[in-house]
Design a protein around this ligand. Structure first.
Ligand code: F6P
Length: 401
């Protein structure tokens, strides 16, 4: 087997560790022995929580700089020993933000080729959210929430001051992990596993997504659309059964829309789960029916027959006056899904959405003709369980009520 060092590059909170784990798991599936060597782990082991403070990352702090250089050396040394024995690919998970650091790495690890992977995030809202979440990690436990966030932002600012994107390094890929997209690359035929790694980066990665539609609502009973109705008694029963079905199952993140019916469906599930598990995203709010919000399909047919007919003719492109079409949903739902998947990392997640939203999410996974999307089956007592990783593709429907 050929051997390779993969060095991650990027500011904190850009998804380096998430991607490193994906690459490890994807390569392992192909029989390539891969291990991750994380600089942060070395730092925390040697210097503990004191090293979470921003001054540890200040380029003007000479002692800290020396300590950080030593940490980097120890991490690299562990990677080198592993490749020298049984390993095929050693991933060094660190910021490697300055060109000089990357040169050090190439000088030190000169026994096998090095490939760099730079992670950037173009979704600023998602980045902000992710920074807030990272500021809650155990290494900030000794600080108040506000101090932790301040300190983490200061740390990032120190990195920004010395940051230089990849440019002249011999082989690299720049990616937006939240989008599974390659932004730029400098390939090299001398690098083993390049195309395997490239394909892992661009593959959508979903590990146990439970896609649920909210329970039955008062509006559903009257065949009315949109609005912000509460669950019906049957809807509350379905929500309880959903919680019972998932009792004891770890789901670190449960995403809802901002609508009452979605939040109420999540409520029994969230009761005995840690704070922070539930996140409401507007991206998952139901298709907006404009002037038809709150009306029944019969009312629309009777009072606006031409609108009704236009929607029947082309349901995918039809836009409610003052509202949305299925075609318009694609972008915002894809953004919500991107956010949810990135936030969940490798963990399981649930999305409690709506009929049109869940149809759109399904269409992002299954290659459907656009005109078929508005007719996908999204019942209120069954859910979709989806896993798509390098080695596994699973798409199953589960009845829970
Ligand atoms: O009826 C429930 C509902 O979620 C409405 O709020 C929404 O307008 C509708 O489903 C979407 O389904 P369709 O596109 O089939 O009308």
């Amino acid at each position: 087997m050929k051997k390779l060092y993969v060095a991650m590059v990027g500011l904190p909170a850009r998804g380096k560790s998430t991607l490193a784990r994906r690459i490890q798991s994807g390569l392992e599936q192909q029989g390539v022995h891969t291990a991750i060597f994380n600089n942060g782990d070395t730092r925390r082991r040697l210097f503990g929580v004191a090293s979470a403070k921003a001054d540890f990352f200040d380029p003007a702090n000479e002692t800290a700089c020396r300590n950080r250089r030593n940490i980097a050396r120890l991490t690299m040394e562990a990677a080198r020993l592993w490749l020298a024995s049984k390993g095929d690919v050693a991933i060094i998970d660190a910021t490697h933000s300055a060109r000089s650091q990357r040169q050090d790495l190439m000088d030190y690890l000169n026994d096998f080729p090095v490939m760099f992977i730079e992670c950037q995030t173009r979704d600023m809202e998602l980045l902000d959210d992710f920074i807030r979440r990272k500021a809650q990690l155990p290494e900030f436990a000794g600080m108040t929430a506000a101090a932790a966030l301040r300190s983490f932002r200061e740390r990032i600012a120190h990195y920004v001051s010395g940051y230089s994107p990849l440019k002249d390094e011999p082989c690299w890929i720049r990616t937006d992990v939240t989008d599974c997209r390659i932004l730029a690359e400098a390939p090299s035929s001398a690098i083993p596993y390049y195309s395997a790694i490239r394909s892992i980066i661009t593959s959508r990665w979903v590990n146990n997504l439970y896609l649920v539609r909210h329970g039955e609502t008062e509006y559903n009973l009257q065949n009315r659309i949109g609005g912000d109705p509460a669950l019906s008694p049957e809807g509350f029963r379905q929500a309880k059964l959903l919680a019972r079905y998932f009792r004891g199952v770890s789901i670190p993140y449960i995403f809802t829309s901002t609508r009452l019916r979605s939040v109420q469906t999540a409520s029994p599930l969230l009761e005995d789960r840690p704070i922070g598990t539930g996140i409401s995203l507007e991206d998952f709010d139901e298709l907006h029916a404009g002037i038809c919000e709150g009306m029944s399909y019969e009312d629309i047919k009777r009072t606006m027959p031409q609108e009704y007919a236009a929607r029947t003719r082309d349901k995918y492109h039809y836009t409610y006056p003052g509202g949305e079409s299925y075609a318009m949903l694609q972008e915002r739902v894809a953004r919500g899904l991107r956010r949810a998947l990135f936030t969940a990392g490798e963990g399981a997640l649930m999305i409690i959405g709506h009929q049109a939203i869940n149809r759109t999410i399904l269409s992002l996974f299954l290659a459907h003709r656009p005109e078929d999307i508005p007719y996908l089956h999204v019942p209120q007592n069954q859910l979709y369980h989806i896993t798509i990783t390098q080695g596994k593709k699973l798409f199953e429907m589960i009845r829970y009520a």
